[in-house]
Design a protein around this ligand. Structure first.
Ligand SMILES: NC(=[NH2+])NCCC[C@H](N)C(=O)O
Ligand SMILES: O=C(O)CCC(=O)C(=O)O
Ligand SMILES: [Fe+2]
Length: 341
């Protein structure tokens, strides 16, 4: 893991830049803010830019953790009880802007019309009724490890998590493909399209629970049908790809399967699952931590915890970051739009 600790000077430079932008924009959903993000990110402290650039360019680590951005707990207000609630206190606007600027050094943050009503900045907090669901909004059941949106060909290159609140030091879990037993990941079967990953529930309830009326109904319906099709007829895919000796991985502990009767694929998957599980590490994010996970190399999850639902719950923000916006052009309405519909 690459750890970047912001020092006093870097924090004050970053908070000054953020304050200036917060004065001009209502928040990170504002298209004018999004359009200026790549330019303004160049004004972040040089060491931070260099470290994130090295992480992106040389894949120097599986995770890059940026620590110490100031978060004022009292100014945040209560943890929301659903992602539909969109808090925008000055404190959340400020940390969102910093998070978005850092993310923009790795690529372009994107939104899914089928997830959290098409918002680019996601809310991760426990939702009453979701306790035992395999969703980021669950709590009592451990969230099993996964590549973010593993089923989707347009899944993010990086998953960003920023911690605002984590009172019980609940751990994010993760495992890197580099830590998988070389004998296990050397199995050529894993590089062949003999596996299936179906959509997880977050894309299925992401629109029905709060449709985004700014997206035309016809497009919302088209997106819903596309996810439904991926659920009914998942395409056969390889789990490992890229360079043979140092591959990339897409995998979801809960939603991956093999075709009936394909014993070799089933054995390869079982061995991969066991080795990934054996290498699982734990990290309790602290308020002010930004965690950028390489979604091509790392699976992540979360340990179980007891939700409080009293406004003091664990609260993260989440961004999906792509290195190549163009590859999704057929599903976006304009070249500069960040929304996949
Ligand atoms: N193995 C799993 N639980 N996969 C689904 C992960 C949940 C998903 N990332 C969410 O946004 O809620
Ligand atoms: O809550 C966490 O630490 C991670 C949850 C997760 O899988 C996600 O937000 O994608
Ligand atoms: Fe996730």
């Amino acid at each position: 893991m690459d750890v970047v600790e912001l020092d006093e000077g870097e924090r004050s430079a970053a908070t000054a830049l953020v304050a200036e932008l917060a004065g001009r924009h209502g928040g990170v959903e504002d298209p004018a803010f999004q359009d200026s993000a790549d330019t303004c990110a160049q004004e972040l402290p040089r060491t931070l830019r260099a470290r994130l650039n090295r992480f992106r360019m040389h894949e120097s680590a599986c995770i890059c953790l940026v620590r110490n951005y100031p978060v004022d707990d009292a100014a945040l207000g209560p943890t929301p009880q659903h992602w539909r609630e969109r808090p925008s206190t000055p404190a959340t606007v400020a940390s969102d802007i910093f998070f978005f600027l850092c993310a923009s050094l790795l690529g372009s943050p994107i939104a899914w019309s089928t997830k959290q009503a098409g918002h680019i900045m996601h809310t991760i907090a426990p939702i009453p009724g979701h306790e035992t669901e395999q969703l980021a909004s669950g709590s009592e059941a451990p969230l099993t490890w996964h590549t973010e949106d593993a089923f989707h060909p347009l899944r993010a290159d990086y998953l960003g998590l920023m911690c605002l609140r984590n009172p019980d030091r609940t751990e994010t879990t993760f495992a890197c493909v580099h830590d998988v037993d070389p004998d296990v990941r050397g199995n050529p079967v894993l590089f062949e399209p003999r596996f299936r990953i179906v959509p997880d529930g977050s894309h299925l309830c992401g629109t029905s629970e709060a449709p985004n009326m700014e997206i035309p109904a016809e497009l919302r319906e088209r997106a819903r049908q596309r996810i439904a099709r991926m659920l009914q007829e998942p395409e056969p895919i390889p789990l490992l790809f890229g360079e043979l000796a140092s591959p990339y991985m897409r995998l979801d502990q809960h939603y991956t399967s093999t075709a009936d009767g394909d014993r070799d694929a089933a054995d390869a998957l079982a061995a991969l699952r066991a080795s990934v599980g054996a290498g699982l590490k734990r990290l309790a994010l602290a308020p002010g931590d930004l965690c950028f996970i390489d979604n091509y190399k790392v699976v992540h999850g979360r340990s179980a915890f007891r939700a409080r639902y009293d406004g003091t719950d664990r609260w993260l923000r989440r961004l999906n970051i792509t290195r190549d916006l163009r590859k999704s052009r057929d599903l976006r309405l304009a070249p500069g739009s960040r929304l996949i519909v």
